[in-house]
Design a protein around this ligand. Structure first.
Ligand code: AMP
Ligand code: GLY
Length: 424
């Protein structure tokens, strides 16, 4: 089989790595890919940036396309491929609204009794400001559309809340994503990501994962795309996973089917575990990044087999198996990220790190030069994943890998998983 993976980060390298383990796969293309997915020795190649994925898939007779990021899904890549007679795995444009349109997601959750923060949605600034002034507790302000994970503002005072509202609705800091704004009650508690494979009707849950959004240790500094992750997260034991399946994920899949937009692909619930129970902060219509880099190394079942069952509506016939192990990933970033940074630095020690027991090095912002060297090419450069019997061992392995790798101005957090480790 020939497979095309759409996307170019660490999540996509992890998808390629896992798909390559299937006996049926001969060749994997990634569009646009990175230095890790461009690997002639494995028969992996990147698609030139000027070739639209649908044209490439047609021309190369690709058997299956798998989509990583939300933007192509929200634009309807699944609908377009299907209309062209191509096999593609992921939610349709209508189903991807669960991530791409937060106002829709909130009203959908309300219709289907899915637990989430109280909210109101507005298109008119004055009406939004009146609502804000009538609130007596803290709020969160969200641009309704896709804003590359940046459209959520957490004001510390009523004055800051009004400024935040102005930034989104009047100054249009997030562009068209701020045409509709969602004002939400602010919740508190630990966060967890619970992802599931869906065939439109049946679900198979993945081990719960935890992301680390802030740039520096002790959750300091600006928000990033994610500086590290681990799974399974002890904060979400099996009974809670079951509650989340019953009260969140199954009602979401049933609700989308009932509304004429059956959800096929990976459904991601970002949750806050409040004293009153789990509450949905957001749904994503795809695998998480960097959660995927810790979830897929724990997956025992052939991913291609899961995808085939998901596409055929037969996920309930498959027993998806997970290794009784733990995984942790540490993001090595370019100095300056998430602000400006330089690119093109050579990376040393990749092979030494990957040769360590239980270490997998996923590439994110890297490129392969004409003479075959790997250089930095983005903000998040590498995701060094450790797998072990316990989280402590997985973390030790990930950091042992990190210590073998060198490039100019490399930055990483030294406290990934620290909160989970001390938890009883
Ligand atoms: P989202 O993209 O909606 O998941 O929001 C990004 C981050 O903002 C989350 O990971 C939370 O840390 C925070 N957040 C979102 N909604 C709320 C809320 N209602 N209460 C408290 N924090 C929130
Ligand atoms: N790690 C958060 C996300 O993928 O949205």
């Amino acid at each position: 089989m020939k497979i095309l993976v759409v996307g170019g980060g660490g999540r996509e390298h992890a998808l390629v790595w896992k798909l390559a383990q299937s006996g049926q796969v001969e060749q994997i293309f990634t569009a646009p890919g990175n230095g890790g997915t461009d690997n002639p020795a494995q028969n992996w190649a990147n698609v030139p940036a000027d070739r639209p994925p649908a044209v490439f898939a047609q021309a190369e007779q690709v058997d299956l396309t798998v989509v990583g990021p939300e933007v192509p899904l929200a634009k309807g890549i699944v609908d377009d491929f299907q209309a062209a007679g191509l096999t593609i795995w992921g939610p349709s444009r209508a189903a991807a609204r669960i991530e791409a349109d937060k106002a829709f997601a909130k009203s959908f959750m309300e219709r289907h009794g899915i637990p989430t923060a109280r909210y109101a949605a507005f298109t008119d600034f004055e009406a939004a400001r009146r609502y804000l002034r009538a609130q007596d507790g803290p709020v969160v302000i969200k641009a309704s559309g896709l804003a590359a994970g940046k459209g959520v503002l957490i004001p510390e005072s009523p004055e800051e809340a009004e400024t935040a509202l102005r930034r989104v609705m009047v100054e249009r800091e997030f562009g068209a994503a701020g045409e509709v704004v969602v004002i939400e009650e602010r919740l508190s508690g630990p966060e967890v990501s619970v992802l599931a494979f869906s065939d439109g009707e049946h679900l198979a849950l993945m081990p719960p994962a935890q992301d680390h959004k802030r740039a520096y240790d002790n959750d300091a500094g600006p928000n990033t795309g994610g500086m590290g992750a681990y799974a399974p997260a002890p904060v979400c034991p099996p009974a809670l996973q079951e509650e989340i399946r019953r009260t969140v994920l199954q009602p979401a899949v049933d609700g989308l089917r009932a509304e004429g937009a059956p959800y096929v692909g990976v459904l991601y619930a970002g949750l806050m575990l409040t004293p009153r129970g789990p509450r949905v902060l957001e749904f994503n219509c795809r695998f998480g990044d960097p959660e995927t880099q810790v979830i897929l190394p724990l997956l025992q079942t052939d991913l291609l087999e899961i995808i085939e069952h998901s596409l055929n509506g037969t996920l309930h016939r498959l027993q998806v198996q997970w290794r009784p192990a733990a995984a942790a990933t540490v993001v090595m970033a370019s100095g300056g990220y998430p602000g400006s940074y330089r690119k093109g630095y050579p990376i040393d020690g990749l092979e030494e790190a990957a040769a360590l027991e239980g270490v997998i090095v996923f590439h994110a912002g890297t490129a392969r030069t004409a003479d075959g060297r790997i250089v930095t090419a983005g903000g998040r450069v590498l995701n060094v994943t450790g797998v072990g019997d316990t989280l402590t061992q997985a973390l030790a392995r990930a950091y042992a890998g990190v210590r073998r790798i060198h490039f100019t101005d490399a930055h990483y957090r030294t406290d990934i998983g620290a909160k989970a480790e001390v938890r009883p």
